[in-house]
Design a protein around this ligand. Sequence first.
Ligand code: BG6
Length: 476
Amino acid sequence: MEYSFPEGFLWGGAVAANQCEGAYNEDGKGLSIQDIAPKGLRGPITEKPTEDNLKLIGIDFYHRYKEDIKLFAEMGFKTFRTSIAWSRIFPNGDDEKPNEKGLEFYDNLFDECLKYGIEPLVTISHYETPLALSKNYDGWVNRKLIGFFENYVNVIFNRYKDKVKYWLTFNEINSVLHAPYMSGGIFTDKEKLTKQDLYQAIHHELVASALAVKIGHKIMPDSKIGCMILGVPNYPLTPNPSDVFESMKQDREILYFADVQARGAYPKYMDRYFKESNIKIHMEPEDKEILKNTVDFVSFSYYMSSCATADTEKKKASNAAGNIISGVANPYLKASDWGWQIDPQGLRYILNLFYDRYQKPLFIVENGLGAVDELVTDESGNKTVIDDYRIKYLNNHLVEVAEAIKDGVEIMGYTTWGCIDLVSATTAELKKRYGFIYVDRNDDGTGTLERYRKKSFYWYKEVIRTNGKSLIYNYR
Ligand code: BG6
């Protein structure tokens, strides 16, 4: 079987500033919430940055981006997704003037991409709220964040309007339900955070996202601005109608965020939830109008699917690990080393689900396999990783993307997560590797930071060169 992708399909890879740049306190950068979260979601935050926090150095992308982008270009990337570290531009988030050195860094980074014909795809906020906004305002719980965000987007849109066409507002915006500190910069302990404050914070983010679309379209009429959703589709664990309904309910916890950003208003089903949970969203008179600025496309991450059941006993008995959202294990699926259930067909499923619902172009901006890699020396004496497991994972997911295209789904592009090894978000470790490029840095901080091409590097290069024709049906 031969697979075909549309002309101009945006093949590429994705990273986030806080997971790869390092240089956490260089050139005027302020601290971000990540600089005091050495264990990701696994452990507490610290008072100050501590040496065991791998993100402080990351993979030193801040100093090595030229070398890395050259490697991306060698693979034939059409696009490269990264984020702007907000605290490089506004060190405290509420500063009056931006930090010129931070702005210059991204000028250079985007120029370097454009030099090779690689379109930057930029996430405006990817789990890296300036720490001062978190500590002093409790992050997005405070409506003032909308104003600070507005200043930030005005500055970056004006600065990069001739360099960046594709933008994403908040990375995995729905993850705030599960990781309020990492996702929403909310300093209050998760256990102490009231639902009222959480949903108010979400409202502020949704308004800020719509404002970014409005401002972006004004400053850059040709730009394409998308939302970004953590996509974990739910399947009912059994055909029991209660499980089916539970599955729909859990899907709505995800879809609610995309509904607001893609359709321009709160979905009706949230009314009942708010009422029964005693939540009253405070809206300013202009909010409803602002929300009407809908996104140009819907982007999402996809690593796994999950099962839903209304049976609380079964729920307790089988709690599958997951990417921020965890659910019930699916008996038909195998899991990665980190317990994430691998389900290529689920990608076709969610693509169809989103497209039917929104009728807007979609962009898969994260997909990949976190695995332990072994660096070996090949016959020519080059260091490499024989990562057939990663090739299999990506191949099988891309085949389902091709199927979704045949189903009629409009897809703009595909960026694999962690196209170069980086520090993981949930567990803050380096041994969970996603890249086509191996980075010599270990969890104990040792390593030369040298880069090596893995087997998957050459595989992806061929996929891009043939525009998907080299994909293999049912790769084993
Ligand atoms: C997504 C995030 O949730 O998943 C990324 O947007 C993250 O920042 C990725 O790195 C993979 O998760 P992890 O925990 O394996 O890094």
